[in-house]
Every structure is written in structure tokens, then in C-alpha cells.
Design a protein. Sequence first.
Length: 211
Amino acid sequence: MALENLNNHLNFSGGPGALPEQVLKVTQAAIMNVPEVGLSVLGISHRSDWFRDVVDETENNLRELLGVPRDYHVLFLQGGSSLQFSMIPMNLLHGSKKTAEYIVSGYWSAKAVPEASIEGEVRVVWDGRDSGYNRLPAAEKLVLSSEAAYLHYVSNETVEGVQFSYLPGMSDVPLICDMASDFLSQPIAVDRYALVYAHAQKNLGPAGLTS
């Protein structure tokens, strides 16, 4: 289909963000032939200098947009954010002999708890189920431990429509946030977090990547 005949409407549902027409045009051309390489983008090696430059540029853009300090790593991983429900406790809870704390504020944060429980002890410090997940806890209502492995929360629950307006947690406990639905929608204090993760599908384009 020619792009001139494409109705590129904005998408306000829980799916991929709409890409600008210019990006779609460049992508369309690159599928046939990347000019400086002479190959389709679908046939270029992931070990090539060209692909390395694409990854480096993407990382630098993220660092600039979010103010990511140089002592923080930027990782591009396969899978969606839900994969991190398992990978985070595998790396930060398993074998630690500590308890991970979770705020359950809606559908997505509730899904993270069972996966973490496989790897170690989990304590839900607040659960909004009884109220239908229509509100968030006040900061002073959270009873937290300074000995926790980490505190995990979801910044914006898309199903219920509740979004944190403050950073929960204690300064001496690693803070982990699933920002899948509001990543790059506003500035964040990256240095207040131990780990932030999000998938490209919500705001950045098509699915298939977590950063």
C-alpha cells in the first residue's frame, strides 16, 4: 500500500504508538534498500557496523531525552515488559535471602507478584483490589522495610487508569518501576531509581522490544 493512501490515525488504545509519516516513509524505503548499505534492513547483520551505529544512536537519544547518567546502563532486550516480571526477581531477589516489596495498584502490578514469588519471598505492601483499583496509596500509608531487596511498582496502570504522582519508597532500598505506558511522556528523575523498564509498544512504536 502506498503511504499516500494510508490513513495514519492516532491510536489512543493500549497498542503501538502511531509513528510520524516521515518515519514510515524511511522505514518503507529501508525494507527495500538502506542507501548507505545497499541491502534491505531485514537482511543486514546484527553484528554489522551499520546496526551497531543504529543501537548507539538510539541509546544516546534515550540518554539525552531522559537525562540518563553515564553510570546507568541502557539495555535493549527482546520480549515485552511482562518478561521483566520474571527477569527482575531472577537477578535481584533469587538467593538474596531478602524480601521483595510490591505495590499492587492494578492489573499489571498484580501480574508481577506471582512471577517474583517463584524466586523468593515477596511482600505486598499495598493492594488496591478491595477498592477496585480506583485509587493509589498515600505515601505515608506505605509500611516499608529498609531491608527489602527492592520495591517494585507500576507508574501508570492502563487498565484502571491510575497514575502515581510521587515516587514511593525509601532512599536506601532499590526502587524499580514498570513505566510501560508512560515512558518518555515526561521527564523522570532516573537517578532515583535502581531500574526502570518499558516496552516500545505503548509510546515508541511497534512491539518486540524492552528497554
